[in-house]
Design a protein around this ligand. Structure first.
Ligand SMILES: NC(=O)c1ccc[n+]([C@@H]2O[C@H](COP(=O)([O-])OP(=O)(O)OC[C@H]3O[C@@H](n4cnc5c(N)ncnc54)[C@H](O)[C@@H]3O)[C@@H](O)[C@H]2O)c1
Length: 274
């Protein structure tokens, strides 16, 4: 028996990265997964892979930042399925923008439109499909929603907004049987990170990953599959008494402070003997 048997799960941003890994896991746990994204080719590939593995999935072209696109999506789901059980608001974009006085207004608007407004729009128009039976909403936030990054104030604002928006929705819908939680990943190996800091093959990307080892207690970047298992916990009845929570899955980075002894001073760990 799968933990999501008979469930209809909607995942935005399911073409790549965390969304793709979660779509695969949810399908393997018995859910029919509605995969939504703007990257059609990659989205179709995600769905094909799930079908080949014997799972149930469907690809839907949806731009989460567009009210028109999201309402059309909600109408289609209502006609086709009537109700849904799980919504993973995962679609997101990120980019360096500079200090606030240099930060392009267009970039701020774009990040807000996809990350925060997209989460609002999908929740607003898909929650009616959950009111009859209840369900679980997971919003993909970030550790960047609880602490700040250099030159990324738009992303920090959007993700901080998502964490508190989550709490508001949790309270609003608790008595309707809908639980709402956010997931705050640390740094995860996905195309988003490749674009932000450079891929493993690029010089800057390699430097970033090396430096990251020394600020992340678990000593490495996370994998998309490691976010998918947290999303599964939040989507399933395993988390039946959890709502309004932000779960950090960040290799311990938000638990770490300095000054004091630095991780980089741990000679045995550095040598790989620990
Ligand atoms: N990778 C990380 O280190 C990290 C850390 C913290 C939070 N996150 C969050 O995780 C989520 C998934 O990111 P990822 O790392 O898997 O990156 P990713 O780039 O692989 O996935 C993001 C997906 O969102 C889709 N998308 C972008 N704009 C869209 C739109 N307007 N409508 C529909 N889909 C859209 C993209 O096409 C892509 O498939 C994002 O919300 C991101 O902010 C990622």
């Amino acid at each position: 028996m799968g933990r999501l048997d008979q469930k209809i799960a909607v995942i935005t941003g399911a073409a790549t990265g965390i969304g793709e890994a979660t779509a695969k896991l949810f399908a393997s746990e018995g859910a029919t997964v509605i995969c939504a994204d703007i990257k059609e080719e990659k989205l179709n590939q995600t769905v094909e892979n799930i079908l080949e593995d014997g799972g149930q999935a469907e690809a839907c072209h949806v731009d989460v930042s567009s009210e028109e696109s999201v309402t059309a999506f909600a109408d289609k789901l209502k006609k086709q399925y009537g109700t849904i059980d799980v919504l993973f608001n995962n679609a997101g974009v990120d980019e360096q923008g500079g200090k606030v006085h240099e930060y392009p207004v267009e970039l701020f608007d774009r990040i807000m439109a996809v990350d925060l407004r997209g989460t609002f729009l999908c929740s607003k128009f898909l929650i009616p499909l959950m009111l009859e039976k209840g369900g679980s909403i997971i919003n993909n936030a970030s550790m960047s929603g609880s602490a700040a990054d250099l030159d990324r104030s738009g992303y920090n604002a959007a993700k901080g907004g998502i964490i508190n928006f989550t709490k508001g929705m949790a309270i609003d819908y608790a008595r309707s049987g809908i639980r709402v939680n956010s997931l705050s990943p640390g740094t995860i190996e996905t195309p988003l990170i490749d674009e932000l800091v450079g891929s493993k093959q690029e010089n800057m990307g390699e430097k970033f990953r090396e430096a990251n080892k020394w600020i992340t207690p678990l000593g490495r970047l996370g994998r998309p599959e490691e976010m998918a298992t947290v999303a599964l916990f939040l989507a399933s009845d395993d988390s039946s008494y959890v709502t309004g929570e932000d779960i950090k899955a960040d290799g311990g980075i938000m638990a770490y402070t300095w000054p004091g002894k630095m991780l980089i001073e741990d000679e045995e760990w550095k040598k790989g003997t620990k």
